[in-house]
Design a protein around this ligand. Structure first.
Ligand code: CP3
Length: 339
């Protein structure tokens, strides 16, 4: 039988128990992942359908999570639009040719996922065939992808991005428009390959002041979601506390929360909107009793319907795998009669 808990919760339908999956659930905290990764680059894993399938399955086998998320990266999209991406151990993603001028924006090609991102699409098709539970597709939100494309790598203050926005407002808007349309194409390709729901990751949108957030991050994500239909759409951003009431304006069906906002605040602000999150990933460095108590707090505050349990951000690479087992058990065995 198909285990539709995650989809039911994303639609706000009643569920027997709150489902759980974890952002970045496949990755270096798992010995099985490190074994596959040995002698290969991260991009090798992303582009090889056998390897992407295998590492996507690893956390499902180990923890019986309620959804799989296809193994890929948000930066595959700008790479497939002509940018030169590598992942450098210890440094993270690096573009050799960051966007520095309006001409660089014009240089980006139109995304053709059936040509350039076949590894992910093939892995997705096989996952949908193999699994009895939802397989999630995803992409980076346009603003967050633009951050990396302009900065060329991760940053604390993203000064190059802020300067580009100030110096070339039209080119910045053109970049967001191009990325929005590419992202919609990419999510639709994943939906055609069988993805049961999709998530936009807007990791850096919390950097912006309220007006810029509306004009750039929110508007571009809305442009993506307006081109997508038929499956639940999740919008996740970090540092969303100050702009929480506006998030449904993206056109999403569910809001993914980071750990800095309490589930009670989110419920009070967003009402019955399905929510996803939001345990602090660092809780997994604590002992069993603390993990269970923190998980129960999130569950109790979110309420029994319209909640998909998750972390408030990706799982940290040094997380003890046993802590994940404890967390999954805590969520699964939670009894509403005890609150
Ligand atoms: O959730 C999953 O299991 C699916 C896979 C997934 C990855 N990245 C795999 C990955 C997803 C959903 C992402 C999203 C992603 N990628 C985001 C948005 C979410 C977030 O974490 O904020 C961002 C900003 C990126 C860009 C990116 N990719 C960075 C900054 C890094 C380096 C980070 C680090 O910890 O080194 C990556 C690399 C990356 N993406 C790894 C994995 C498993 C580690 C790669 C490795 O060396 O094996």
């Amino acid at each position: 039988m198909f285990r539709s808990l995650v989809l039911d919760a994303l639609k706000g339908n009643p569920v027997d128990r709150t489902p759980i999956w974890l952002m970045r659930q496949a990755g270096r905290y798992m010995a099985e992942y490190r074994a596959v990764r040995e002698g290969r680059t991260f991009l090798d894993l992303c582009h090889d359908p056998d390897l992407a399938f295998e590492v996507t399955m690893q956390p499902i086998r180990a923890y019986d999570l309620d959804a799989a998320i296809v193994f890929a990266d948000i930066l595959l999209v700008p790479a497939a639009m002509g940018m030169d991406l590598s992942f450098i151990p210890g440094r993270g993603p690096v573009f050799a040719d960051p966007i520095a001028s309006p001409e660089d924006v014009a240089r980006l090609t139109v995304l053709a996922p059936e040509q350039s991102l076949t590894g992910t699409l093939t892995a997705l098709e096989r996952l949908v065939d193999a699994l009895d539970r939802p397989v999630l597709g995803f992409a980076g939100a346009p603003f967050t992808v633009a951050c990396y494309a302009i900065e060329g790598q991760g940053s604390k203050d993203w000064v190059k991005v802020r300067r580009f926005m100030a110096e070339y407002p039209d080119a910045f808007q053109a970049l967001l428009d191009k990325l929005s349309d590419a992202t919609a194409t990419w999510l639709n390709a994943q939906i055609n390959a069988g993805a049961h729901a999709v998530q936009l990751f807007d990791t850096w949108a919390g950097l912006l002041g309220p007006q810029d957030f509306r004009d750039y991050a929110l508007a571009s994500s809305k442009r993506v979601f307006s081109q997508i239909s038929g499956v639940p759409r999740i919008y996740f951003m970090r540092d969303s506390g100050a702009v929480l009431p506006w998030l449904p304006d993206t056109g999403c069906d569910a809001v993914g929360l980071d750990w800095r906002v309490s589930m009670s605040t989110a419920r009070a602000t967003l009402g019955n909107m399905p929510l996803q999150g939001n345990l602090d990933p660092m809780t997994l460095f604590q002992g069993e009793a603390q993990i269970r108590a923190a998980a129960h707090r999130v569950l109790a505050q979110a309420g029994p319907t319209g909640h998909v349990f998750n972390l408030g951000h990706g799982i940290h690479r040094f997380t003890p795998p046993e802590a994940v087992s404890i967390l999954v058990d805590a969520v699964r065995s939670f009894d509403w009669r005890t609150i």
